[in-house]
Design a protein around this ligand. Structure first.
Ligand SMILES: [Zn+2]
Length: 217
């Protein structure tokens, strides 16, 4: 019955989303995955938020995030899994809380152009796996901002993102976890945390991102 086995294998055969080679049961092949640079214990604390980051925004990981924003939605599932594993390694003191998970919102025009919001897709799979609750209607992005990677200095980034978000339904939870794809200067997550604290200063806010870039400072 070799033909049947081959047929079944073919049915469930995956092709690496990055290089197109056969990748067995995985979404990304082991060659491409080996190129990911994983940060260890990478965290940065600001006044309103502490941010934990899984990988370095470079090489194949960078290509994967760009591909996710350019139509390859299956990367969301993949990165969510990476974040779940990363989350499990964080200290109990960070994890053992009933977080409400909020993806960094995209502007509605950008969602329309792309057909989806990539951070919402990641957060959805992340909450499915962790059992935490997901909220996609607490905060909206009012202002259509420039891409943060296109801005060179921290002041331009802060100015670009200032007042970009608005709370549309009250956040009554004690713990909020914000999920984003890339961390650059930290300005975006800081701005979201700032407006949450403006409404409710007692909320504990944590950020989780797939990758952080070089220009992070
Ligand atoms: Zn590959």
């Amino acid at each position: 019955m070799l033909w049947l086995k081959t047929f079944v294998d073919l049915l469930f055969e995956n092709y690496c989303l990055l290089c197109g080679e056969s990748s067995g049961q995985n979404i990304v092949c082991s060659n491409c995955k080996n190129d990911f640079v994983i940060k260890s214990n990478y965290q940065k604390s600001f006044k309103d938020i502490t941010i934990y980051t899984w990988g370095h925004y470079d090489g194949n990981l960078r290509n994967g995030i760009i591909a996710l924003k350019s139509g390859k939605k299956r990367f969301a599932q993949y990165f969510a899994k990476c974040l779940v594993n990363f989350w499990k390694e964080l200290p109990d003191a960070v994890r053992d809380k009933q977080y409400i998970v909020i993806p960094t919102p995209s502007h509605k025009q950008r969602i329309k152009e792309r057909g989806y919001c990539q951070t919402t897709l990641i957060a959805k799979d992340f909450t499915d796996e962790t059992g935490l609750s997901l909220s996609t209607n607490s905060i909206v992005r009012d202002k259509r901002t420039e891409y943060m990677n296109s801005l060179n200095n921290i002041n331009e980034r802060k100015e670009n993102i200032k007042d970009a978000f608005q709370i549309i339904s009250p956040i009554n939870k004690e713990n909020v976890l914000i999920i984003d794809d890339i961390l650059t200067s930290g300005s975006t997550l800081n701005e979201i945390a700032r407006i949450i604290h403006k409404h409710n200063p007692r909320v504990n806010i944590v950020g989780l991102t797939v990758a952080a870039g070089d220009r992070y400072n």
